[in-house]
Each structure stands twice: as structure tokens, then as C-alpha cells.
Design a protein around this ligand. Structure first.
Ligand SMILES: [Zn+2]
Length: 384
């Protein structure tokens, strides 16, 4: 089966002349005015996009919004013979000197692994983003991938605040917990930023920015490793990957405080992006399902359960007592199982001793892990 999938490639614009970077900054600021209800001179197609963002999202005044670049006025070209850069990106901007729309070609850096994709894929509407004084185009590339018609199993992923990803196979409930260290990393750097800000409020800013870069790199590296692990597991057992949609990963709608908190604290969208990228490269489909109620429903009897402590899920009906994130992941997997051509209604009926694995990658010994993973009780009935 062929499926169209989209991938976001982070293209950095570099070696910009003053004129070009001024024009980008001008367009960016004008876009901010327009999306916050003002009126500004913008490239006409971009102005339309700005009023769409304004109408659909009505963004908070103190947020910056990426400039939406329509795909028909955007272009990227590869020319290995140019000295300055082998990639060039055409960005539409309003040109105040000419009093009309114009385009500027900017030297661009496309990550090596994405070069083929950018050359062969179909460019969609993309975004111009400014970060720490640098310009990026988040280039959305659509391509067609071949994915199997049938799968042997479902690998369900629950993204959460405790573990960045809890992954469970639906057939035998093997569960792997990933990335508590991502949360720790973020907390560590948050504390560091705070203490620096207090000690040296003036000089602190630059240091804080450098710390931000170091954090981003470390977190990014962990996320790539986690995504690789997950996709390898899926490949090995010929599974489809199912991810609980937190409501903000793909859409911008506001679904209440808890969900927003979950999203803002952890880089879920990025992890999902990496998983999709690697999975599609391996010919594995990634399906999003609604996440509502998956954390409070018992995956065995579908009754409403209680979360006695943060990490445990207990069902008053059938007596299930298990790790809460694992219960959530299994519900996500079950919710999705109806969507596939091969019936998976029997999936989950296999009575197997679940194997629970914790993937922790950090320097020091992990503490308290045995508590949070919920190990299988010895001698008891095998848990479903
Ligand atoms: Zn139950």
C-alpha cells in the first residue's frame, strides 16, 4: 500500500548579507503584526496566510508565530558548483523599495540525511522561524512510501510526563519505558538557568543562551536514540506504530490545562517527528489515535480505574494493578486496533509473562527505577 507522508526538514539559512537578513527580519516582524490583528505590508500570499492564522488561532499577543510560506512561492535548489553553498532557498518577502512582493535566494544548509528527501519529495507549505538570531525554514516535504497491508502486532506509544514514551506491544504486553532522563535533563538545566539568572542578572543572559543550546543538543540526541530504538523494535516484529495524540501534536486546539502542561514540558512533537521519519524510512506506518480517557480506563475490562499514586493504575472492577503509563499505552493500542485490515481483536488475549524493560541512558546509576516500572509480581497470577 502506498501512503503519502509529510516530513519536516530543518533548513538553516546561512551567510546572509545584511540586506537579505534585514528583509527577512522585516517580513517576520510584519507577519507578527498581522497575526496579532494589525495591518502590515507583506508578500501577498504570506499576508493571506497571516490572516488565516489570525482567524484560526488568534494567537496570544506575547507569542511569536512562524511565518507561513506558501509552497507555490517557495523554492529550494541544489547546485553543488556554487562556492558559498550547495543549497539555496528562495524566500518570498515584501520589498519596501519596490513597493511590491519580491523573492530572495538565501544560502541554505540541508542536513545530509535529508538531502535525497528534499530532492525527490514534494515541497508543501512551510514555515520561516527565527531562533537565537538565526533563520530557519521548517520545510515540509511530502513523499509517497510503501507500507505493508498487514501487520503482526501493534506497538503502542503513550507519551507522558513521567516517561517521554512508554511503548507496549499489544500481543504480549512487553513494555519498554523510555526517556526519564529527558525529563531530568530538562529539570537540571531549568535549575541551572534559574540560579544563573539570580546570581548575575545582567551577564546571565548570554550564559543562559549557551546553556539553552547545550540542553537542546543533548535532548535532541536522546530523542533520536529513543526513536531509533522504537522503530527497530517495530521492524523486528512487523508492527504498526500507534501514538496517542495529545491534542496538540498535530493540531493547535486548546484541550485544557493538563494536556497543555504535558506538551510544554516535554518535546513530544519532536520525538513524534523523529519516530515518523525513521518509521517511514523503514516502511512502517505511524498512526495517531485520540488519547482521551486512555489514562483512566482499565485496559483489561474497560472500566474506570483509579490512580492511587502517580505511577500506578488500579481497577476496582477486575483488580488490575499495573503501571499507569503501560495501561495507557495498551488502551491506545486497543483503540487503534480496529483501524487495520487484519483483525487484531485477539491481540492482547495472549497470556504471556510480560517482559518489562527500562531504557535509561545517563551517566549515573538510575535510582528508584524498580518502583516506577512496576515489576511482575512473582508467584502471582500473570497479569494481563
Ligand atoms: Zn479492570
Amino acid at each position: 500500500m502506498q501512503r503519502n507522508v509529510s516530513t519536516t526538514v530543518r533548513v538553516k539559512l546561512h551567510s546572509l548579507t545584511n540586506r537579505k537578513s534585514d528583509m527577512l527580519a522585516r517580513e517576520y516582524e510584519a507577519f507578527q503584526r498581522e497575526v496579532h490583528g494589525g495591518d502590515a505590508d507583506l508578500y501577498s500570499a504570506t499576508k493571506q496566510q497571516a490572516s488565516k492564522v489570525q482567524q484560526q488561532k488568534d494567537p496570544n499577543p506575547d507569542t511569536e508565530q512562524p511565518v507561513v510560506l506558501r509552497n507555490d512561492v517557495l523554492d529550494i535548489a541544489h547546485d553543488k558548483d556554487t562556492v558559498l553553498s550547495s543549497w539555496w532557498m528562495k524566500v518570498p518577502v515584501y520589498d519596501p523599495e519596490r513597493g511590491q512582493g519580491n523573492s530572495i535566494w538565501c544560502p541554505a544548509h540541508v542536513p545530509h540525511k535529508d538531502e535525497t528527501l528534499v530532492q525527490e519529495g514534494d515541497i508543501r507549505d512551510s514555515e520561516l522561524v527565527r531562533r537565537d538570531g538565526d533563520w530557519y525554514v521548517h520545510l515540509v516535504v511530502k513523499r509517497s512510501v510503501t507500507i505493508p497491508d498487514e501487520y503482526d502486532d501493534v506497538l503502542a506509544i503513550d507519551m507522558g510526563a513521567r516517561w517521554v514514551a512508554t511503548c507496549a506491544f499489544l500481543s504480549d504486553r512487553d513494555t519498554t519505558f523510555y526517556g526519564e532522563e529527558v525529563r531530568r535533563l530538562r529539570e537540571h538545566y531549568k535549575q541551572l538557568r534559574k540560579s544563573i539568572g539570580k546570581a548575575k542578572p545582567r551577564q546571565g543572559q548570554q550564559v543562559v543562551e549557551r546553556i539553552g543550546d547545550a540542553e537542546a543538543r543533548k535532548v535532541d540526541d536522546r530523542l533520536h536514540k529513543i526513536a531509533r530504538h522504537i522503530v527497530e523494535d517495530a521492524e523486528e516484529r512487523n508492527t504498526v506504530i500507534v501514538v496517542g495524540d495529545l491534542g496538540g501534536i498535530c493540531r493547535d486546539n486548546d484541550k485544557g490545562r493538563y494536556i497543555n502542561d504535558k506538551i510544554h514540558k516535554m518535546p513530544f512533537a519532536r520525538l513524534l517527528n523523529y519516530i515518523e521519519y525513521k518509521a517511514h524510512g523503514a516502511g512502517i506506518d505511524v498512526v495517531l489515535v485520540e488519547e482521551y480517557d486512555t489514562s483512566k480506563t482499565c485496559n483489561r475490562c474497560a472500566c474506570e480505574g483509579v490512580r492511587e499514586t502517580q505511577g500506578r493504575f488500579e481497577c476496582p472492577e477486575c483488580g488490575l494493578d499495573d503501571n499507569a503509563d503501560k495501561n495507557g499505552a495498551l488502551n491506545i493500542g486497543k483503540r487503534a486496533s480496529g483501524k487495520f485490515s487484519k483483525p487484531l481483536s485477539e491481540a492482547g488475549a495472549v497470556l504471556a509473562q510480560p517482559k518489562t524493560q527500562v531504557i535509561v541512558e545517563r551517566d549515573e546509576e538510575p535510582a528508584n527505577l524498580s518502583i516506577s516500572v512496576g515489576s511482575t509480581p512473582s508467584g502471582g497470577t500473570p497479569r494481563l
